[in-house]
Write a protein that binds this ligand. Structure first.
Ligand code: ZN
Ligand code: ZN
Ligand code: ZN
Length: 462
């Protein structure tokens, strides 16, 4: 498959990269890729289809996933998926039976899938535009601990893959394990809530990083789609952000160095961007140095404690801790401060959990306002957050406001996820229901929702 929209080039100091072959409008699809190989993460192996990554809805009436009767590991949502999966699953199925009841780690299963794919390519003579061997592995930059961990995986690989079929050199194996470390892409579930799979996309792997990236990569099922986050000129370099761009410069640089082994010199990191100062924002300019120091330390301590309480599922206590922390923070730092956003997010979560939707909505609105200041106008995190806010408003039967908020979300989601993404489809359904309900009395709305819930068509909770 030739590339039409992008061109592979050498970018100064960054190795290979992708350039725009033409102009792109905001939200326009730049690149769509099928994975070279992918696996479902073992933590989700029972819950999603190993072929299409769909998960059955949690209600009892939903058809459960069918198990592969041979390995009892792979699961499928339909006969069709199982059939389509078989050519790739066949060698894996034998491997799984070989190590049963042992479960190889995700990296081992992915590397095996890559090798089987390579064998297939060799048999059919298929050529890849970007060969996996040519991807960056940063092996020379690993410390001893990291190298030992990789060696470990290489040594035990043959138990799973069989030693007869293993490539000649350990070096080749080491390269593959190191390559997926820095190039594999997490595949999110259809509601974009968590990563459930991991795949390798050689062409998309060439996209370099920028903290203020002009593109975003999202998966829809197993395919990866790269879209423009803003207008892009012909010959501009296409970049995505490898880390959470809501983090501070220091946090981003640290993560990029430890996981991708480079020191980010992008404009956002170098120029002390105004967004960076918002992330350390104060309620007043003339705040005393010691108050700032105190609140920073206090916030960090409290965030640890809140997380602890959350792990213990002590919701009342978590709520008290979060609200107490916010009361103190409110005197010193602004809502865009990273340490405050983290607490606000906990507050939204725990208040929704305790069914205190009024309070949850109030905090969610503050997070949304902060995100609007910190993120570019078209960004998936912002789109997803407006969706969350809209659902909260809908739960409180504020249908008109909810319709507006969900509409805002839809306009961002359509540009970052695409209109055929399940999140966008779900959003349209929500908007339709909100509109319909806004013509009903409050009581009729309740009846209507109850009936829907009974029919297993309940709307998602936040
Ligand atoms: Zn399926
Ligand atoms: Zn099987
Ligand atoms: Zn940067």
């Amino acid at each position: 498959m030739a590339l039409t929209n992008v061109e592979i080039v050498d970018v100064a100091t960054k190795g290979r990269g992708l350039l725009a072959n033409k102009k792109f409008e905001t939200g326009q699809l730049v690149l769509r890729q099928q994975p070279y190989a992918y696996v479902v993460m073992s933590a989700h192996a029972d819950a999603v289809c190993h072929y299409c990554l769909a998960s059955p809805p949690p209600d009892k009436q939903a058809k459960p996933l069918a198990k592969c009767t041979a390995c009892k590991y792979a699961r499928y949502c339909s006969k069709e998926c199982q059939k389509k999966a078989w050519p790739d699953h066949k060698p894996e199925c034998s491997a799984m039976q070989r190590v049963n009841p042992g479960k190889p780690v995700d990296q081992t299963r992915l590397v095996a899938r890559i090798l089987w794919r390579k064998q297939k390519d060799a048999e059919s003579g298929a050529k890849q535009l970007v060969e996996i061997e040519t991807l960056e592995d940063h092996l020379d930059k690993r410390n001893k601990e990291e190298k030992d961990a990789l060696d470990e995986k290489v040594y035990s690989f043959g138990d799973y893959f069989t030693y007869d079929e293993m490539p000649e050199s350990d070096q080749e194996m080491l390269h593959l394990f190191a390559t997926i470390d820095c190039n594999a892409v997490g595949l999110n579930d259809h509601r974009n809530l968590q990563a459930i799979g991991v795949g390798i996309f050689p062409v998309a792997s060439l996209l370099n990083h920028d903290c203020n990236a002009n593109c975003v990569a999202m998966n829809n099922g197993t395919k990866l789609e790269i879209r423009a986050l803003r207008k892009i000129e012909k010959d501009e370099e296409l970049c995505i952000c490898y880390v959470d761009c809501l983090n501070t410069t220091e946090q981003r640089k640290e993560k990029l160095m430890s996981q991708y082994y480079f020191d980010c010199k992008c404009q956002m990191c170098e120029d002390g961007h105004e967004i960076e100062s918002l992330k350390h924002g104060l309620v007043r300019e003339d705040m005393k140095e010691e108050s700032i120091k105190y609140i920073n330390q206090f916030s960090k301590d409290m965030l640890k404690r809140i997380q602890n309480t959350k792990d213990k599922q002590n919701w009342e206590r978590m709520s008290n801790q979060a609200l107490g922390t916010l009361a103190q923070q409110d005197c010193v730092i602004s809502d865009t401060h990273v340490l405050k956003i983290a607490v606000l997010n906990h507050a939204v979560e725990v208040q929704s959990y305790l069914r205190r939707q009024d309070s949850a909505l109030e905090f969610a609105r503050r997070v949304a306002d902060a995100y609007e200041k910190l993120l570019p106008p078209v960004h998936p995190t912002l789109g997803m957050y407006f969706m969350r806010l809209g659902i909260l408003q809908w739960q409180l039967q504020q249908n008109e406001t909810a319709t507006k908020t969900l509409g805002k979300s839809a306009s961002i989601i359509s540009k970052t996820f695409g209109e055929d993404h399940p999140v966008f489809v779900e959003l349209l359904g929500l908007i339709k229901q909100c509109r319909m309900e806004s013509y009903m009395s409050k009581n009729a709305q309740r009846q209507f929702r109850l009936a829907k819930k009974k029919a297993g068509l309940g709307l998602p909770s936040v």
